[in-house]
Write a protein that binds this ligand. Structure first.
Ligand SMILES: [Zn+2]
Length: 134
């Protein structure tokens, strides 16, 4: 994936390493990933809110054609995870499509997200994996 620069990745590292949402102080809604303005009401008054790391898989889809990374990683499982206070869309990792089912417990883990072939820069971030024994 092209387009990553080291300073941009560096600035973003806090949000990539922790599961942090933006919380709007006007309407109180959470959104992930955080941004500088509220997608619900447009307010720019935002604070950080750390999200729970364990949630339930509400729905998922299996993507066989992966535009943003090497074909060798396909299929990719994209899940909608309900964390109670917020819902996040994330890749489901450490699992095959047949291992995944709606309602299963998943937990946030730290994984490689993309690699910039030009610079060798590797970008890490949050993905979710099935909770073993759940
Ligand atoms: Zn708002």
């Amino acid at each position: 994936m092209a387009g990553f620069s080291a300073p941009a990745v560096w600035r973003g590292r806090t949000h990539r390493y922790r599961l942090v949402a933006g919380k709007c102080t006007s309407c109180g809604k959470l959104h992930y990933p955080p941004s500088y303005s509220c997608p619900y009401c447009g307010s720019r008054s935002m604070v950080e809110a750390e999200l729970p790391r364990v949630g339930r898989l509400m729905s998922y889809s299996v993507v066989y054609s992966v535009p943003f990374d090497s074909k060798s990683r396909a299929p990719v499982i994209l899940g909608l995870v309900d964390l109670g206070v917020a819902r996040v869309i994330s890749e489901i990792t450490d699992a095959s499509p047949e291992d995944v089912s709606v309602g299963m417990q998943v937990e946030a883990v730290f994984r490689r997200i993309a690699e910039d072939g030009g610079t060798g820069l590797i970008v890490y971030g949050i993905k979710f994996r099935p909770v073993k024994g759940a």
